[in-house]
Design a protein around this ligand. Structure first.
Ligand code: NFS
Length: 676
């Protein structure tokens, strides 16, 4: 990334060039502001701290005390005989595969532990141990009960009667908890996949046994001297990734919906401009909605609103960063303050009275930035604490959920009067529509009289919609913030590919105004624009947080079930993408999409380039086994075109390419197709 004017003293950090660092004007403004104040952020650290070229290739092994063994691919190695070996003899393919599946283990553990925490709260609610949480979506409870083999009816004297809801909830809680550690059987939601997909997983021996076991087994197999075959290592990586997507993440999503409500479309706003100078700004950052749900309730309470006014504020402005933002957005319309890379900047506005964090994607440097302002930084989770002494820890206990939440909100209110730096809030914020769960898509694309996925399928078959793109994932400071996200999504919708989005991609799209129905006629090809305008939906559908990628799996399954587009997810004209990924969670997500039959393209880089045989295995051989495979494309337009080319191959295989040619193909799109 290019650098701009440097501070005088040699020890001062090198500053990032704001324009090179991000496409977003609000972010550029706040990077400039951070330089004025002499505060470094991740954007600046990325200028001085270069990534390791060996780790980047995936070929550094530090799994024992004889190493680290570093085996970079040199130019001559790429051409000649590859005899690179670690001390124990491990080859680059073994090392890269071990590292790759350890990333899957990290990601699957993060999602699944989040799911477990939700399941524990769900169990407390089902047992009536807490008043704060209650079952909100009974319909979904019954549906999930069915998948977890919990009976919802009982036969009494030849008559079928409904069972008591509380009893069902208690049994669902127990059955859900068992998914993490049961001694026998398999992860039950795997059967929610289309039947041929489940049969394939069975044949390949990758149906997860329970969630925890698959993660533990990765740690065992990647210990020195255990699994040395990259193919066998990836088999376990596949099983663990499926345990995430169709297990831990899916349980998190479903139980959250039952407890907090299944999302339905609603309006809100996104970007740093949602902060308000005359209100108490409480920014919620992290991932688990068990805490943020309570903060929303506490902040909306008349008691806290009155208290805020008594302290001289006009009220309380909640906003969110990262996926907890997506959780409270999709259920309550709480605005998005920003993406992963804007977390430090939210504090640098000088208007953030408190930032409360739970788990995942939280920069350790937040505490250093908070020190320069009045901002109270509050950690809440026993597994995620910070060492700096300006951080306040209020451990959240679901049994005292509302009390804990009120304490946090009160801290923010009490801090309003302590603002010391000049407040600078960028004016940028964009309107959006979010909250498209599987059910909402069914309703909106199916209409009120025939809620089903048939109309979506019809529009894909007749060519108005060319296909489906799932575009998800993080920001990565090694690439220009939001540039990849926005270019990929715009290229897809321009070519009539409807986009399903989650995570930080969803936030980026929201900031760019792509989550509005009005954006359809500006950015979409004629077919997709027509569908969006007729139905009144945005061309980019916000489906939630990263655990909600499980919603994309289920939406794909519904499309298969609705018929006319093949028998399995791998038959669909669909592709996945994470243009700016950076976290281990993204690798786990990428791999469960691949194993579910989706062609999945990552941007930036992938830590496999130093092991060409292993890379080929992921990029080519996987398609033969699972119908989905990995790809890497750093250029965003090419990235989208590769997805479109795959979608067109699937259309051809389904015999629906001609319908589209008759209806849609003009010379320009024909050329785009040919260059893809
Ligand atoms: Ni996903 Fe969410 Fe964002 Fe990446 Fe982090 S917030 S769980 S990991 S950075 S999309």
């Amino acid at each position: 990334m290019a650098e701009t004017k440097q501070p005088a003293e040699s020890k001062a950090p090198k500053w990032a060039d704001p324009e090179a660092a991000t496409i977003d004007a609000a972010t550029q403004q706040m990077i400039r502001r951070s330089h004025e104040l002499g505060i470094e952020t991740a954007f600046d650290r990325a200028v001085t701290l270069k990534p390791c070229n060996i780790g980047n290739q995936g070929t550094c092994c530090k799994n024992c005390g004889m190493g680290p063994c570093r085996l970079p691919l040199t130019k001559s190695g790429a051409e000649g005989e590859d005899n690179r070996k670690g001390i124990c003899g491990a080859t680059p393919n073994t090392i890269a595969a071990r590292n790759f599946i350890r990333m899957i283990a990290g990601g699957a553990a993060a999602h699944s532990d989040h799911g477990r925490a939700v399941a524990e709260v769900f169990r407390a609610a089902a047992r009536k141990e807490t008043d704060a949480y209650r079952i909100k979506d009974i319909r979904k409870l019954m549906d999930v009960a069915g998948w977890l083999n919990v009976a919802t009816t009982v036969e009494v004297e030849g008559r079928t009667l409904s069972r008591d809801t509380d009893e069902i909830a208690r049994e669902v809680a127990e059955a859900a908890m068992a998914e993490w550690g049961k001694a026998e059987g398999e992860v039950l939601f795997a059967k929610r996949a289309p039947a041929p997909r489940y049969a394939l997983w069975k044949k390949m021996g990758v149906v997860p046994r329970n969630i925890d076991r698959e993660i533990v087994e990765i740690m065992h197999r990647t210990h020195i001297g255990v699994d040395q075959d990259y193919r066998n290592l990836m088999k376990q990586g596949t099983r663990a990734a499926l345990a995430d997507g169709w297990g831990g993440s899916m349980l998190a999503t479903e139980l959250q919906d039952i407890l907090f409500g299944t999302p339905a479309p609603l309006t809100s706003e996104a970007n740093l401009g949602v902060l308000k100078e005359d209100m108490v700004n409480l920014v919620i950052h992290g991932h688990e909605p068990v805490l943020s749900e309570m903060i929303v309730a506490a902040a909306n309470s008349p008691e806290m609103q009155t208290y805020a006014r008594a302290q001289g504020a006009k009220g309380i402005q909640l906003s969110g960063i990262c996926c907890t933002a997506n959780e409270i957005l999709q259920r309550h319309g709480v605005p998005l303050c920003g993406t992963f890379l804007q977390q430090e900047l939210a504090i640098i506005t000088g208007a953030c009275d408190a930032m409360v964090v739970d788990i995942q994607c939280i920069f350790q440097n937040l505490a250093n930035v908070a020190k320069c302002f009045h901002t109270k930084l509050i950690t809440t989770h026993p597994i995620a604490r910070m060492e700096q002494d300006n951080v306040i820890h209020i451990e959240f206990d679901e049994h005292y959920a509302i009390e804990d939440a009120k304490q946090i909100v009160k801290l923010a209110i009490d801090n309003f009067k302590n603002r010391k730096a000049e407040v600078m809030i960028p004016r940028q914020k964009a309107p959006m529509v979010a909250g498209f769960g599987v059910e909402a898509i069914e309703y909106h694309l199916g209409g009120s009289f025939r809620g089903s996925y048939h109309p979506l399928n019809d529009n894909i078959i007749n060519g108005r919609i060319r296909g489906i793109g799932g575009v998800v994932g993080c920001n990565n400071v090694r690439t220009r913030h939001n540039d990849g996200h926005i270019q990929v999504v715009k290229e897809l919708i321009k070519n009539d590919v409807i986009v399903l989005t989650t995570g930080c991609n969803a936030i980026a799209c929201a900031m760019e105004g792509l989550l509005t129905p009005e954006s359809a006629k500006v950015f979409c090809g004629p077919g997709l624009a027509e569908v969006c305008e007729t139905v009144g939906i945005p061309p980019v559908l916000h489906m939630g947080s990263c655990v909600d990628n499980s919603r994309i799996l289920l939406a794909a399954t519904e499309v298969v079930k609705a018929g006319g587009l093949g028998n399995d997810i791998s038959d669909l004209p669909a592709a996945g993408s994470a243009p700016e990924w950076m976290s281990e969670k993204a690798i786990s997500i990428g791999h469960y999409f691949v194993a579910s039959g989706v062609y999945t393209v990552f941007g930036v880089t992938l830590p496999v380039s130093g092991a060409p045989v292993f890379q080929k295995y992921l990029f080519e051989e996987f398609e033969k086994m699972y119908g989905g495979m990995w790809d890497l494309e750093a250029d965003p337009v090419q990235h989208a075109r590769k997805m479109i080319a795959h979608i067109d191959r699937k259309r051809k295989a389904l015999g629906i390419d001609r319908a589209r040619q008759r209806i849609m193909m003009d010379m320009a799109s024909r050329r785009a197709l040919e260059t893809a």
